[in-house]
Design a protein around this ligand. Structure first.
Ligand SMILES: Cc1cc2nc3c(=O)[nH]c(=O)nc-3n(C[C@H](O)[C@H](O)[C@H](O)COP(=O)(O)OP(=O)(O)OC[C@H]3O[C@@H](n4cnc5c(N)ncnc54)[C@H](O)[C@@H]3O)c2cc1C
Length: 451
């Protein structure tokens, strides 16, 4: 199987490696590529921020992007069977005009089906619909020792559960059967409320859990003192055709057209410093109004996708995303400590999002449980990021929090067993599937997810 040496990175462009990559386009090529001896890791659209999709030293990446066919769809149940390299964007393009939507979507639609399962992604509706994995009926897995296995809750359940959220470490996900959901339109009725400080922002999210399917808050990470944790809370429910203006009611599942923008080159470091971020945040918070508006799905779920390559705004230094989960009992204290540390560091970006999360599922490495999750970008380079990340991780551990593998590039392996108490259960399944430990990534080596 031919391989090309390519520069590979996650979305944060930290770290950047040069490694062989195979991109099979047929089942025969896929089987041949997977059988190449040596260390390997599957890769989708590279939207995990850190090192999850990067091969371990001496290994290769197996790109799923050449295998992206949709195979079947059952109208009675909404069950879509597709190859793992298909993107959520492609699924939405085909099915939204017909009244179907994915049950869970992340903040970008440019992720593959395989990547969505491997990270067990969550969306703005975690408190209602859980994670992506909760809607997977079955999946086909290419095993590290050869051959393939169909698994589901009723068949090879331990492998199924370890694969969902397993960051590609149980094998290559070749096909997925996912249940789509009917939606009344491609629009949300969105109520916007301003939280004046952290307690108020958390209270607005928790109080509206029961009445809104989709909830999220933008946070002003540079606000200090009695404004620390102020934010703009957005609460959405899907709109019925009767609630749309006449011009949209006739085709309720059609998305408005908008121009595609792109960041054409890496911006200089000064483009995103404490002054510009402070000015942006003050304007964004100041201009937000307590109001209800109709917002189309594209703008509500994927606001950043209209700007192609927006990760270039951080320039060549790259950036990291810090995503923390805190349980209800410690969330306010933990978030307060994180926001104070980020404020002191003067390294915050304007992209900071707080979400409410619902109860945990039964997948041992899945990220969320009942509480809150904060995600924010922090510009690089790695040497200035490392001390801040270490400080934030210490706060997490002190408040029973955890990091999200799909976003991480910095956490210390010593902290993982406390953050992921079911890690040994995962390792046991992984070891039974891959006794020689050939399926590895930079992330799994760094965090000792195998041993
Ligand atoms: C702007 C932006 C917003 C985001 N918002 C959210 C969000 O709201 N919620 C959320 O949960 N995540 C979010 N993410 C993270 C993203 O959803 C996950 O990292 C997802 O896994 C990326 O999918 P991918 O196809 O790009 O996979 P990659 O980044 O290429 O790989 C991610 C992981 O999946 C594994 N993998 C990929 N394909 C396969 C396969 N076929 N078989 C086995 N393993 C595989 C890789 O080995 C790796 O461990 C966001 C990312 C970005 C860039």
């Amino acid at each position: 199987m031919a391989m090309t040496i390519e520069p590979l990175a996650g979305w944060g462009r930290l770290p950047l490696v040069s490694a062989p990559q195979a991109r099979p386009t047929t089942t025969g090529e896929l089987t041949a590529a997977w059988a190449v001896p040596g260390r390997r890791i599957s890769r989708g659209l590279g939207r995990a921020y850190g090192d999850a999709s990067l091969p371990a030293a001496g290994g290769f990446a197996l790109s799923a992007l050449g295998m992206s066919r949709m195979i079947s769809f059952e109208v009675a149940t909404g069950l879509l069977v597709a190859e793992s390299g298909v993107s959520l964007a492609e699924i939405i393009e085909v099915f939204l005009p017909r009244g179907w939507f994915l049950p869970v979507v992340p903040g970008t639609k440019f992720v593959t089906l395989g990547g969505a399962v491997a990270a067990d992604i969550h969306g703005k509706n975690h408190h209602v619909d859980g994670t992506f994995g909760a809607h997977v009926a079955w999946l086909d897995l290419l095993l590290p020792t050869g051959g393939s296995l169909r698994c589901s809750e009723g068949q090879e359940a331990a492998v199924f559960r370890a694969t969902i959220g397993g960051m590609g470490l149980t094998g290559h996900i070749a096909r997925v059967a996912i249940r789509l959901r009917r939606v009344p339109s491609a629009w949300c009725k969105v109520r916007t409320l301003r939280g004046r400080d952290l307690s108020h922002t958390l209270e607005l999210l928790a109080a509206n859990d029961g009445s809104y399917r989709h909830t999220v808050a933008w946070m002003d990470c540079v606000a200090v003192g009695d404004r620390l944790g102020r934010g703009v809370v957005m609460l959405g429910n899907e709109a019925s055709p009767a609630e749309l203006p006449a011009k949209n009611a006739a085709a309720p599942h059609r998305l408005p057209r908008r121009p595609k923008l792109a960041v054409p080159f890496d911006l200089p470091e000064c483009a995103l410093g404490p002054f510009t971020v402070g000015a942006f945040n003050a304007c964004y918070y100041g201009l937000a109004k307590d109001a209800e508006t109709l917002v189309d799905f594209e703008k509500f779920f994927f606001p950043l996708d209209t700007i192609r390559d927006w990760n270039r705004i951080y320039g060549r230094r790259g950036f990291a995303q810090f995503q923390a989960y805190f349980p209800d009992a410690t969330a306010e204290a933990g978030l307060r400590a994180c926001l104070a540390a980020i404020g002191r560091s003067r390294q915050a970006s304007f992209l900071a999002v707080l979400k409410r999360s619902g109860p945990a599922n039964d997948f041992p490495l899945s990220f969320l449980d009942l509480g809150y999750t904060l995600a924010l970008d922090i510009p690089g380079p790695a040497k200035t990021l490392a001390p801040l990340m270490a400080e934030l991780d210490a706060i997490l551990v002190a408040h029973r929090g955890k990091v999200y593998f799909a976003k991480d590039a910095f956490v210390s392996p010593a902290l993982i067993p406390a953050m992921y108490p079911r890690l040994d259960e995962f390792r046991l399944v992984r070891r039974s599937l891959d006794p020689a430990g050939t399926v590895r990534s930079l992330l799994s080596n760094r965090l000792k997810l195998h041993d």
